[in-house]
Design a protein around this ligand. Sequence first.
Ligand code: NAP
Length: 282
Amino acid sequence: MAQIIDGKAISLEIKEELKEKAEAYKKEGIEVTLAVIQVGNDPASTVYVGNKKKACEFVGIRSLSYELPEETTQEALLDTIKELNERKDVNGILVQLPLPKHINEDLVIKTIAPEKDVDGFHPQSVGALSIGQKGFVSCTPAGVIQLLKRSNIEIEGKECVVLGRSNIVGKPMAMLMLRENATVTICHSKTKNLQEVTRRADILIVALGKPRFITSDYVKEGAVVIDVGIHRDENNKLCGDVDFDSVEGKVSAITPVPGGVGPMTIAMLMNNCMESVTIQNQ
Ligand code: NAP
């Protein structure tokens, strides 16, 4: 029987730990503060932003909300970020993506001060990760590492295949597994003989954005499978990039969707907010 990795329980455990840390900071007179900026009212973004604010409340992080209209100019948004960069009482700045088309996302990400970049998307944060220096790590891949560690799955020396090379998931995921001393292979849409490569994996991390793409033919007997994907199928049911029913019987451990990687992303955002205090006091 495969171990079902419970992301809901693990994320709660992390948030409980962070709650204690937030209380300790409050006793020292530090109120950890996250500024959340949303431009426009994309319904999915509104749900994500709402969930982030709820998590802040649970952990004891103060959240400042900036709900800017769709027609906000790029200049006005950059000015808001620059103001927040300067504020001593703001530890983290998060700009909910995607942004309206008239705003250059790369420029927005680069404008956030690296020491407040709790999403870990700034080129300086990405660079720090790749050369093993301290900095913020993108929340979803950081969450996967916590899932593995807290489920007592050994990473060191293991063959790890990361399926997907996006800037927010695949690439930082591969860097993190390398930092944990796995032997890492990254696959993408031009990879030849994909099944041959994925079947080598002791740990297969799937982030390719295709519903139920990975069936048992892609996995080795006894492998650990982490499914980052999230979709709604034709029946409006949530599913991942992995065909759970096909794969579960063959593997030693697997994350479900929902309730696997998903809840970890917000928990790790909360963790980054807490880390920001240390990073800013270096
Ligand atoms: P993305 O930017 O679309 O990247 C997908 C990657 O998969 C690309 O590198 C692409 O290769 C590769 N790929 C696509 N089709 C492939 C195929 N047939 N064979 C091999 N590789 C293939 O996606 P993303 O932002 O990384 O997200 C991936 C999934 O994770 C999505 O389902 C997304 O919704 C989910 N997600 C979940 C969370 C969470 O909190 N749980 C957070 C972020 C993302 P190329 O580079 O060659 O195009």
